[in-house]
Design a protein around this ligand. Structure first.
Ligand code: PLP
Length: 413
């Protein structure tokens, strides 16, 4: 691989890596190799400092106080909404800030789907969804009498698009699909999929958890109805995220959770709700978290999504090439469009045992079902090992990981 040939190779990735304090630590006496980025990403110093600075200098509640600190806190919180909107190329008043993708999808389920679905309606859900984009629909189906239909995948981990479009029958009211699979790395052609759904009057909910950290997202171009993101996978703090929804949906949707902040006026005769998106943001939010998320948005934009994607694709190519040399290794997901997530098993070794031995070598990978039981059922396996990379990982880490994997494999043989 000729790393020097591409313009992005001129970026000083070592300097970028140095922004992440945690990556310098050792685990079990070995330099940490953090390959669990699909689970949660590490945080650069500007994010940690923004949270620290908020608590040291600005801490107050949002939207409730006219005093200086209250205004500063509110401004910082709203600034984070603006930054997220800018990142996704949408309007700020279409961004509902919430605790993450799980909350965002539940908001669509309870506020959009529950009031309008009825017996005879169908929710189409892809096989490769995270449980966060399956279970809320099952709960809605139970309560409305709607049914769930599964959009199947192919052995290589791509969605069967012909079958998907055939499955978009008149009874289908909603499609739940992930942008990028957290297990296979498959990048789904969501623009085309949402266009087909729209043609048939089907609302689309896209889970952007694994896409937004790694590529430029242009929501008007995707053309979905709802898009969910989670901040902690985007180098931001845990407990932050957002739902983007078309303005007309947000205006028509009833509130999901009631309380302070989401109202204009309350009396015992009734309540006048706030305008969207505030109508959906009851109670005190994770203010410091969103301040940190704002810093994370700045950081990622600073590195540049084109650079991030190119860097991660080079790392993925290297990792795949090396894994393919490992005897007895079975890789799950060979989609032509793939993010830097690789799931695999090694013949004769249990995923958890391998992960435990890798941990002793300082390598952090995830083993298990990755909150995607139906997907693993498709492949007929109980668990996989998953290595997921970020732009701050290095080619040297890939070499260290492969060496540790071969050592572990031999120990378990
Ligand atoms: N969807 C996908 C594809 C994910 O990978 C995850 C997290 O692993 C989620 C949803 C849930 O995100 P959160 O737990 O941050 O709400």
């Amino acid at each position: 691989m000729n790393l020097q040939a591409s313009p992005w190779a001129l970026i000083d990735w070592e300097r970028i890596r140095a922004d992440f304090p945690l990556l310098t630590r050792e685990v079990h006496g070995k330099p940490l190799v953090y390959f669990d980025n699909a689970n949660t990403a590490q945080k650069p110093a500007p994010v940690i400092e923004a949270v620290d600075d908020f608590y040291r200098r600005h801490n107050a509640n949002v939207s409730r106080s006219v005093h200086a600190l209250g205004t500063e806190a509110t401004d910082a919180y709203e600034e984070s909404r603006r930054k997220l909107a800018n990142l996704l190329n949408v309007r700020g008043d279409e961004i509902v800030l919430c605790s993450g993708t799980t909350f965002a999808i539940n908001l669509v389920a309870y506020s959009w789907a529950l009031p309008q679905l009825k017996p005879g309606d169908t929710i189409l859900v892809s096989r490769m969804e995270h449980h966060a984009n399956i279970v809320p629909w099952q709960l809605v189906a139970q309560r409305t009498g709607a049914r769930i239909k599964v959009a199947e995948i192919r052995e290589d981990g791509t969605l069967d698009l012909d079958a998907l479009y055939k499955a978009m029958t008149v009874d289908v009211k909603l499609l739940a699909v992930t942008h990028v699979s957290n297990v296979l790395g498959t990048v789904n052609p969501v623009r085309e999929i949402c266009r087909e759904a729209r043609k048939r009057g089907i609302a689309s909910v896209v889970d952007g958890s694994q896409a937004a950290p790694h590529r430029k997202i242009d929501l008007p171009a995707i053309g979905c109805d709802f898009y969910a993101v989670t901040g902690h996978k985007m180098c931001g703090p845990t407990g932050t995220g957002a739902l983007w929804a078309r303005k007309e949906h947000l205006a028509a949707m009833p509130p999901f959770i009631g309380g302070g902040e989401m109202i204009k006026e309350v009396s015992f005769d009734g309540t006048v709700f706030n305008d969207p998106p505030h109508k959906f943001e009851a109670g005190t939010p994770n203010i410091a978290g969103f301040v940190g998320l704002g810093a994370a948005m700045d950081y990622l934009q600073g590195v540049g999504f084109d650079n991030i994607e190119a860097r991660e694709q080079a790392l993925l190519a290297h990792l795949t090439e090396e894994l393919d040399k490992v005897p007895g290794l079975r890789m799950f997901g060979r989609a032509p469009q793939k993010a830097a997530v690789v799931s695999f098993l090694i013949e004769g070794a249990h995923a958890h045992d391998l992960a435990t031995l890798l941990d002793l070598e300082g390598v952090a990978v995830r083993s298990g079902q990755h909150c995607a039981h139906p997907l693993l059922q498709f492949y007929g396996v109980a668990a996989t090992l998953r290595a997921s990379l970020a732009f701050y990982n290095t080619h040297e880490e890939i070499e260290a990981f492969i060496a540790a994997l071969n050592k572990a494999r031999k120990l378990l043989a």
